[in-house]
Design a protein around this ligand. Sequence first.
Ligand code: NAD
Length: 250
Amino acid sequence: MDLGITGRVALVGGASRGIGRAVAEALVAEGARVVITARDADRTAQAAAEIGAAAGLAWDSRDLDAVPGLLARIAAEVGPVDILITNTGGPPANPDPLALSTEEWEQAHRTLVLAPIALLSAVLPGMRRRRWGRVVGIASTTVREPIQPLILSNAERSAGLAAYKTLAREVARDGVTINTLLTGSIATERAASLAGSMAAAEAQAATTVPAGRIGRPEEMAWAAAFLCSERAAYITGTALAVDGGALHGV
Ligand code: NAD
């Protein structure tokens, strides 16, 4: 299937490794001109070179003030953003959901709600004017079934999902879609660090995920690439789980 996104400008966050990087790689393979961001300038530039992205720029998703400058630079050097993948590192886990500080809650809110909203507020007007745009949020199955030590992810990603749903309805008439992927257990550094090691993450997935294994970052990327495609024009406001069947709800 031709996804029909050759030449489209894509911005992918948290893409020096893991799911973000895999999504960026899939969009490059589809002919998009991809800009990746992550915290560390050198690692981001290196990842961009390795996957054939148009640019790799340092941006910390907690830095809301840097959003206008980041987007102005991308517009000048590559073009206005047609495809936005909102993604960043996950918030910390804590075995005691009552032990998190106000600062930790504020950081999680900033990175999982305020930062994506700042990006969306900046790129949606142009997408609407050009009558084409695709937004995919990388979230988590925790919005459907909270995971006990991940209260920050459970709560803040749910807030983000509700905002995306609201905005999806607002812009649907203008050829812009906004969807969310609910990440299950995917083999990345995040999964390894939460489980203690990659071997532990794999062993856990082998027994708890109906598919009998941990997912691969490319399996998230292929779903994201489809949602970014011309072919997915009539899909908006959805939250698609990529979880090997792990969610119980219908
Ligand atoms: P990862 O830790 O492997 O990669 C995260 C990426 O985000 C890296 O490129 C990192 O440099 C970047 N990053 C981290 N903090 C940042 C910040 N403040 N500003 C900018 N960039 C930052 O994680 P991943 O597994 O690829 O996960 C991507 C998202 O999906 C995360 O939010 C994670 O919590 C979520 N998720 C992952 C899983 C899983 O099993 N892997 C499951 C559910 C949800």
